[in-house]
Design a protein around this ligand. Structure first.
Ligand SMILES: Cc1cc2nc3c(=O)[nH]c(=O)nc-3n(C[C@H](O)[C@H](O)[C@H](O)COP(=O)(O)OP(=O)(O)OC[C@H]3O[C@@H](n4cnc5c(N)ncnc54)[C@H](O)[C@@H]3O)c2cc1C
Length: 396
């Protein structure tokens, strides 16, 4: 469809890309439109994946249609969500893996990269559509239900949340968490490790630290009968289900064809994240109209969705300023490292690392017993434009 509108493209429609797309739609002039490019048919509420991979009956709720994303925003009909993957970014256009309105190449005036990181299933879905992802979670729930013993590899948030949910739901199962480092949740003050360890002891979850599982080529059998798992310290475990809840890989492939001013001006070779200025513009001086934010941006902050909201607002203001012929001056805010984590179906804590700069030498810990089974997912439906919540809408 021919249009005289100029494109502001956001690549990646998860927590931070979605927030950036909505902020941009709020502030850019009618001469421009926002195109949010994302291969998933629905928004993935991945905070809930570990729980919905164990507890049945809520899995539909984790996938929210993009159809109302721009509904309440100015010039709503000119913005769009494009279901596609960006294969490569070029100076003035992106190249898609499929046609959109007859086009494979979409030009842009401004580009915002929010492609985040890749996680292993069940912390992320392999499929793009809702029915397949719902079926995957249901199958995972029934595999967990049938297993007599489960080994969870990884002592970060995903592993910890799955282990505690699973043991509360199925106290008779033998649950083991294997963590390669000495501490669980190692990005945090060691007090968090102590809290989680104590919770594991209360529930009867086995913890092995300082050892790695050897992942066989082709993965684990996971077919319901017992098998042996090797650890790199020479010991072994027998189990009938292994869940990988290990590290994240940055989604930076799409920048591979973009010429860089110097070898490491686009991507930080130490971690794979996109180098940015405080304004969230690419650090490479060739690309002042390209921005990165959220988990893919090399901000030096802990990877979290919440700080991404402040980054989305800064990017939108900067692009607005540039469209209006002003300098981009908004810088992204630094949030203290914090997490809200469930340690069972009801018990949850908010944990904030010490912040000596603000006179907080100790971590801040707030505990509650108020988690809902579906983790309050309706709030996310509201943010995606679905104000009247009812059971039938969750199947959209
Ligand atoms: C279990 C769990 C619980 C969490 N809980 C919290 C919490 O309570 N609070 C909090 O603040 N954070 C939490 N986090 C962290 C939070 O989920 C991440 O920081 C957040 O998802 C980062 O968002 P993002 O938009 O930057 O990237 P991501 O969520 O990684 O999403 C990237 C998106 O980009 C898309 N994409 C990738 N490549 C391309 C491409 N080439 N073309 C088009 N699209 C592409 C992907 O499909 C994906 O939708 C949690 C994480 C997990 C795993």
């Amino acid at each position: 469809m021919a249009t005289s509108l100029k494109n502001v493209i956001v690549v990646g429609g998860s927590y931070v890309g979605k927030a950036a797309a909505q902020e941009l739609a709020r502030v850019i002039p009618a001469t421009h439109r926002v195109l949010l490019i994302e291969p998933h048919s629905h928004f993935h509420h991945l905070f809930a994946f570990p729980r919905f991979a164990v507890l049945s009956g809520h899995e539909q709720k984790a996938f929210i249609p993009y159809t109302r994303l721009f509904a309440a925003l100015p010039h709503s009909t000119q913005h769009a969500t494009v279901q596609a993957r960006v294969l490569s970014v070029h100076q003035q256009h992106v190249h898609l893996d499929r046609d959109w309105q007859g086009l494979r190449q979409i030009p842009f005036e401004y580009l915002v990269v929010a492609t985040g990181t890749r996680l292993a299933e069940p912390a992320a879905m392999k499929d793009e559509d809702k029915p397949s992802s719902v079926r995957y979670l249901q199958k995972h729930q029934s595999d967990v239900k049938q297993a007599r013993s489960v080994v969870i590899v990884g002592g970060g948030a995903v592993g910890v949340q799955m282990a505690t949910d699973m043991k509360e739901l199925y106290p008779e199962k033998e649950i083991t968490v294997v963590q390669s480092r000495e501490h669980l949740m190692p990005q945090f003050h060691p007090r968090l490790h102590e809290i989680v360890k104590k919770r594991f002891e209360e529930l009867g979850i086995h913890l092995i630290t300082g050892a790695r599982i050897v992942v066989p080529e082709g993965g684990f059998p996971n077919h319901g009968s017992p098998f042996t798992v090797q650890l790199n310290n020479g010991s072994e475990l027998t189990t009938d289900f292994v869940i990988l809840a290990t590290g994240q890989k940055p989604n930076n492939d799409l920048l591979r064809q973009l010429p860089a001013t110097s070898a490491d001006s686009l991507i930080n070779p130490d971690n794979g994240f996109i180098r940015i200025r405080p304004t969230l513009q690419f650090q490479d001086p060739q690309y002042p109209n390209l921005f990165a934010l959220g988990d893919i941006a090399d901000t030096g902050l802990r990877k979290a969705a919440r700080p991404g909201g402040g980054q989305a607002a800064a990017v939108a203001k900067n692009i607005q300023a540039m469209i209006e012929g002003r300098q981009p001056e908004d810088v992204f805010p630094a949030f203290p490292m914090a997490i809200h984590i469930t340690l069972g179906l009801k018990y949850n804590i908010v944990f904030r690392n010490p912040n000596p700069a603000e006179g907080q030498p100790e971590p801040v810990i707030k505990e509650s017993w108020d988690s809902q089974a579906d983790m309050g997912v309706e709030r996310w439906w509201e943010r995606m434009g679905f104000q009247e919540n009812g059971p039938s809408q969750y199947h959209l």
